[in-house]
Design a protein around this ligand. Structure first.
Ligand code: NDP
Ligand code: MG
Length: 388
């Protein structure tokens, strides 16, 4: 029986993780759940899964949650500091890090510090501070098992292999809803359009990142740290059907790919159950439904965010942290119709140019970079043509 802390249980990954728990009650027990603001949903989840504790990080929701669960033997905590404490409890075996954005960094670090196995969905953690996170994981002998489908694919391809025999990895990208479009078309696209992902149903932030291809840029950086790769060893290919989830090319030229229907429950379940594979009744892939699988080069000119992320990966230091923070601000502004699709790249690029470069930041310097980058990006949002 694995005892889980699911951070971000009200999100797209979190709710699917709970579906996996519900399907395998003999394997998993929920020890901790966390939400930010969705009090109604975490109350329902708490009643159903009976965790030992829940954390609501938005403190204004504490009373509501406490009142609703007054008759249940569940400890209720508020505020983000509580996350860092509950993940370290002896009663937690595995932490599923499924909070979105920079906000997930500190609790993931706390979990690693306490020697907990981490199932990592929160890619921003590795984008921002991958070097420090992986160093700490090594020091504490902690396994970080990826949930992100591409990284799960690579992880699965590497089981039984020597990491030194990797020549390169190839991350597949669906291309998002605007695949094949040119900058002129992108000038006028709205958030509602960008939120319609062809293959995956996900949280709003990652769905916009998929439309801009920033998601693939973040995933290049995530892969670099997760698998200890050099920048040159990381490639991206656009594969609109999302059946091949990624590939590893070995030093003998052999390629291994992991395939399956696009369903996040698969990599979530794999990470939660690793090293076991659990039976399930998920829909199976059928070649008759996919007579053609296609692969093409990404368009770095149109999807500038991908080029910016690649640049940040090569330059390193605090630049990926700056990129991430500016992107979080830009995406939020785009979702509120405050900036256009194209302007998101201008904001990220402008922020990257303005912040000072730190080659080997400490965790405090990452926090400072994040703060400063958010401030600069917020100013740049105000210059948008949509601002009135
Ligand atoms: P969602 O937006 O659906 O969910 C985010 C979760 O984080 C919610 O539980 C939310 O709480 C919580 N949260 C938001 N802000 C904060 C905060 N400041 N402090 C604490 N908790 C917070 O995101 P997804 O589930 O889509 O994504 C989660 C992570 O997984 C992201 O890093 C994403 O990149 C990654 N990922 C997601 C995939 C997917 O298919 N969705 C695929 C691969 C990776 P509440 O809703 O209660 O406010
Ligand atoms: Mg992914």
């Amino acid at each position: 029986m694995k005892r889980l802390a699911i951070l971000g249980s009200t999100g797209s990954i979190g709710t699917q993780a709970l579906d996996v728990v519900a399907a395998h009650p003999e394997q998993f027990q929920v020890e901790v759940l966390s939400a930010h603001s969705n009090a109604e949903l975490i109350i329902d989840q708490a009643k159903k899964f009976r965790p030992n504790a829940i954390v609501i990080t938005d403190e204004t929701k504490y009373e509501q949650v406490k009142d609703a669960l007054a008759l249940y033997p569940i400890k209720i905590f508020a505020g983000k500091q509580s996350l860092n404490e509950v993940v370290q409890w002896d009663s937690v075996d595995m932490v599923l890090a499924a909070i979105v954005g920079f906000a997930g960094l500190s609790s993931t670090m706390a979990a690693i510090d306490a020697g907990k196995t981490v199932a990592l969905a929160n890619k921003e953690t590795l984008v921002v501070a991958g070097e420090l996170v992986m160093q700490k994981a090594q020091e504490k002998k902690v396994s970080i098992i990826p949930v992100d489908s591409e990284h799960s694919a690579i992880f699965q391809c590497l089981v039984g292999e020597d990491l030194n025999s990797i020549e390169k990895i190839i991350l597949t990208a669906s291309g998002g809803p605007f695949i094949g479009k040119k900058p002129n078309y992108l000038l006028n696209v709205k958030a509602s359009h960008a939120l319609e992902h062809p293959n995956w149903t996900m949280g709003a932030k990652i769905t916009i990142d998929s439309a801009t291809l920033m998601n693939k840029g973040l995933e290049m950086i995530e892969a670099k740290w997760l698998f200890g790769l050099k920048n040159e060893q990381i490639d991206v290919v656009v594969h609109p059907q999302s059946i091949v989830h990624s590939l590893v090319q070995f030093t003998d030229g052999s390629l291994k790919a992991q395939m399956g229907l696009p369903d996040m429950k698969l990599p979530i379940q794999y990470a939660m159950a690793f090293p076991q594979r659990l039976r399930n009744d998920f829909k199976r892939f059928d070649f008759k439904d996919y007579t053609k699988l296609t692969f093409e080069e990404p368009d770095y000119k149109t999807f500038r965010n991908l080029a910016l992320a690649k640049d940040a990966m090569y330059k390193g230091g605090n630049l990926p942290c700056t990129l991430n923070a500016a992107n979080e601000i830009a995406v939020e502004a785009f979702l509120r119709n405050r900036v256009s699709f194209i302007e998101m790249s201008d904001i990220i690029e402008g922020t990257m140019q303005q912040l000072s470069f730190i080659e080997h930041p400490t965790i405090e310097e990452y926090e400072q970079t994040d703060k400063e980058a958010r401030a600069v990006a917020t100013e740049l949002v105000k210059n948008s043509q949509l601002a009135s």
